[in-house]
Design a binder for this molecule. Sequence first.
Ligand code: GLU
Length: 437
Amino acid sequence: MMGWKLVTNKKSPLTYMTEIPSEFDSPTYRDVLSQFDAAAEWFCLDPNIRKRLRLPQRALCVTMPIRMDNGDVHVFQGFRGQHDTSLGPTKGGIRYHPDVNLGEVAALAMNMTWKCSLAGLPYGGAKGGIRCNPKNMSRRELQRLTRRYTAEIFPLIGPDHDIPAPDVGTDEHVMAWIMDTYSQQRGYAVPGVVTGKPICIGGSLGREEATGRGVVYVALEAMKHLGIKIDGTTAVVQGFGNVGSISARFLSEAGIKVIGVSDSTCGIYNSNGLNIPDVIAYKKAKHTLDGFPDGEIITNEELLELECTVVIPAALSGQIKEDNAHRLKCRMVVEGANNPTTKEGDGILKDRGIYVIPDILANSGGVIVSYFEWVQDLQKYFWKEKEINEKLHDIIITAFNRVLRFSLSENIDMRMASMAIAIRRLADAHLARGLYP
Ligand code: GLU
């Protein structure tokens, strides 16, 4: 290891600019950066590396004129940010949401760098997105938009370069259109350009469930550490997309009573426990949780404040914040979404002794199985589901226990311990590679 070692509990000799270039300034960027700065300060990260890692390596803004079904042309804005390429290609999802902006994408790309590093994957972080409302668009419009976006970001992506995956508002169909558009340009099938695609074109068994499965593996391991028995444990899940619905399913299969879940329209609550397979079937049929017969309707705010053992925020950023963090009545928060807790919210949870498993650890199951999918695509050799789930369990639980040991030995919380371990790996890579030119 070259010229860099972990130095703990010393005051950094330098004070840092806290400014964020206006291009990237956004609430999410400020939250993600404050976590990085706190960890960098704590272990006196080399100041030059710190300056570098505070910013994305590349960020691209694109605009896309799309013919809508009614004949009008609408011009959409899209983004792709790549945070760091020192460990390998960049990796991260693509989100379709009305609030997507460059600052959010750049922040979430940084978050992906820490997530991949913590899991020991050979990737840096990336994130992309299009400002649109996929719920109000037809499948044909979404397909045209996805193909044009792929054409616009074509110079940035590829199996050795940057590998997108699903995120908020995107799914395996979107990945199939990206894979097809990219492959048409190359002239041959390139399955390794995206992960989270359908099995029939090189997707991996277990990828769809991977994030929720990982969330529950980590939650169960944390309960073991805290001495919480499954019997009598209750959980609340905010968000009923891929991560939320699958986490709820695995929690209930593990014997945990899921008393509340929500989607963007409302929450539902049943103190005796919701029948999760029924809730999933209802949501699939009606596209909303509203009207689910076997639960009381509550708001998303009320949901987070229910008395329970575990809260899993699995929706959007910034849900646990200054206004509501002091009202949470749970023992643990397991972050299924990216950046669901603001800096202020995190401080309040910490002061109140609520145990938080940070996003870069808790929701890393998705990118871990994306890595397996990419490896299978490159090798053209596909694995059995059992093998995939076992390997996922091994990587995520090893990471959890490493973070736990570090947090106990240094008397720091799980977020700081996760960040310190993740950043250290990046710092080693930067120092080993040196500066170009
Ligand atoms: N969008 C997911 C995340 O934020 C998965 C990324 C991936 O599989 O590349 O972790």
